[in-house]
Design a protein around this ligand. Structure first.
Ligand SMILES: [Zn+2]
Length: 272
């Protein structure tokens, strides 16, 4: 007698590290780029793409061909460059940009904006809120996440204020044929209230791209906090160049934690 067998189809998600928090993600033939379209930053506080990588992105050449979704978390130069986004969009006639309104306002200043504006979805949910959209058969939850604090003393009030308070930062939860990929942008890992509100740990996230400040603030408790907030099966840690060696040693033995050392390195992660 034959018994039906339940087959769990294992799928692979290919992740390529571009620079900083910029990644190319490919799963089920869908290609998503997050925070990848920027160029050289002439300081050593973050990785940035070389000219040859930037050229490939501008001209939609492999591996940056046929990108379905270009997601941008916020306007900072280590996540977004207006001219490169527009050039990419002109060479990729089917791609859709999703970004917060502040990023769209910068794109609107580009002389070629009219040619691409119909393929831009600009959305900034209110603080503590999210919005759901569908792009290229991918469901996307756009979450307003406070930009991490760079605390400075306000010269007038004397109070400590978050220098990035007004930066619209959004996180993205992509649902691609049931597989869930999360990218938090420059979230503030100390904002527990926000993460408690969103209850992302209930989402069964397959892969979470996580901001380096989880490690900066929580050190060896970082994975505990990421589990508490997100509970993902796999974590891709964004780490400052200077911390990579130390983090690699610390995280090396841990299941499902990945740290990229080299730009344009790709890995395959099994998802169900
Ligand atoms: Zn930022």
């Amino acid at each position: 007698m034959l018994f039906p067998t339940i087959v769990f189809s294992q799928k692979e998600c290919e992740v390529t590290y571009i620079s900083n928090e910029g990644f190319l993600i490919e799963i089920d033939g869908i290609k998503v780029m997050v925070d990848a379209l920027f160029d050289e930053i002439k300081e050593n506080w973050c990785d940035s793409p070389s000219d040859s990588i930037t050229d490939l992105m501008k001209n939609s050449k492999p591996p940056f061909d046929n990108i379905d979704i270009i997601a941008i978390t916020h306007k900072h130069v280590d996540h977004f460059n207006e001219s490169i986004v527009v050039q990419h969009m002109l060479s990729n006639q089917n791609g859709i940009v999703i970004c917060p309104n502040q990023v769209n306002a910068i794109l609107a200043e580009n002389p070629n904006y009219q040619k691409i504006k119909d393929r831009i979805i600009s959305i900034t949910p209110e603080p503590m809120s999210d919005s759901n959209i569908v792009v290229s058969n991918v469901s996307i939850k756009v979450l307003r996440l406070e930009h991490s604090g760079s605390m400075k003393k306000d010269p007038e009030s004397g109070e400590m204020v978050n220098r990035h308070h007004d930066v619209e930062n959004v996180g993205y939860l992509f649902s691609i044929n049931g597989d869930k990929i999360f990218h938090c942008g420059d979230t503030n890992p100390l904002n527990e209230k926000e993460y408690n509100t969103f209850e992302l740990y209930k989402e069964e996230i397959d892969i979470a791209f996580v901001e380096r400040l989880f490690f900066t603030f929580y050190r060896e408790k970082d994975l505990e906090m990421i589990s508490k907030f997100l509970n993902p099966d796999n974590i891709i840690m964004h780490i400052r160049p200077e911390d990579k060696g130390a983090y690699f040693d610390y995280a090396y033995q841990k299941d499902g934690v990945y740290v990229f050392i080299n730009k344009m390195e790709s890995i395959n992660i099994e998802v169900q």
